[in-house]
Write a new protein. Structure first.
Length: 257
């Protein structure tokens, strides 16, 4: 496709999927159950981190986790006692287990005892002059593991420093930062610009992007995610990651490979 044709095609696909009806079948439905900022941040973080595999299973496991938090994740994180952590030990989703969960809870409790919003764990490492969120993701990963932690838990928070595509964290930032009033993404965070976001890159997105000529080869890593996002910025400099809806829908729902 020529550039203008590609833009029109992806604009149409993004508009089709970026609708309230998309929410119910996607992990983003978990933070949509809440209205308080911190509840949305916490539920969204866990929904993003656990978002691999079948979407129905992901939603079910996230629902189970929110129930362990008494469906009040911020209150649980802030005010739970050591004895309350025992019920978390049995949680498991793929390679994420109770030990990982305990560290996430410990980090979040320590963080929220000192800072009001999880936004600053990302935006605090970023400046308006930064082209993308690479420093925000690397800084968050470094902060997250600053306390004593299980070595096995490190695989659940990725970093661009290791050329990871950081798919789940980029998806989380999309949820928190984008605000187009379409009812899907929240747009609650103010100190990261939508223009700085990097497109969430997994095997489905990379295959679709390769077929459309947006990237040179289907490698799901940080360099390719940046390459894809730079191409998407040519189509929409202010909001390149809106095309995540199009690429995801084409790859996962329409099986465009």
């Amino acid at each position: 496709m020529k550039s203008q044709q590609l833009k029109e095609y992806l604009d149409a696909k993004a508009a089709y999927y970026n609708q309230p009806a998309f929410v119910a079948g996607d992990p983003i439905c978990i933070p949509h159950r809440y209205s308080k900022l911190q509840d949305i941040e916490i539920a969204g973080l866990f929904a993003a981190i656990l978002a691999w595999g079948n979407r129905t299973t992901i939603i079910n496991k996230c629902t189970e986790l929110m129930e362990l938090f008494d469906n009040a994740p911020y209150d649980f994180i802030r005010n739970h006692q050591a004895r309350d952590r025992m019920r978390l030990m049995g949680f498991k989703h793929r390679t994420f287990n109770g030990l990982d969960l305990l560290y996430f809870v410990e980090f979040l409790q320590h963080y929220y005892n000192n800072v009001t919003s999880l936004e600053f764990a990302f935006s605090g490492h970023l400046s308006p002059e930064d082209t993308d969120v690479e420093k925000a993701l690397a800084g968050f990963q470094h902060m997250f593991f600053a306390m004593e932690h299980p070595e096995r838990t490190r695989k659940h928070i990725s970093t661009p420093a290791r050329n990871s595509a950081c798919k789940r964290l980029n998806m989380y930032l999309r949820w928190m930062v984008r605000n187009d009033e379409n009812g899907v993404d929240f747009g609650l965070w103010q100190y990261i610009s939508p223009s700085q976001l990097v497109c969430p890159m997994d095997v489905h997105v990379s295959r679709v992007a390769t077929r459309l000529g947006l990237i040179s080869k289907p490698d799901a890593n940080w360099n390719t995610a940046v390459e894809l996002t730079e191409r998407l910025r040519e189509l929409d400099p202010e909001d390149p990651v809106k095309y995540d809806f199009a690429l995801f829908g084409l790859g996962v729902i329409e099986k465009y490979v």
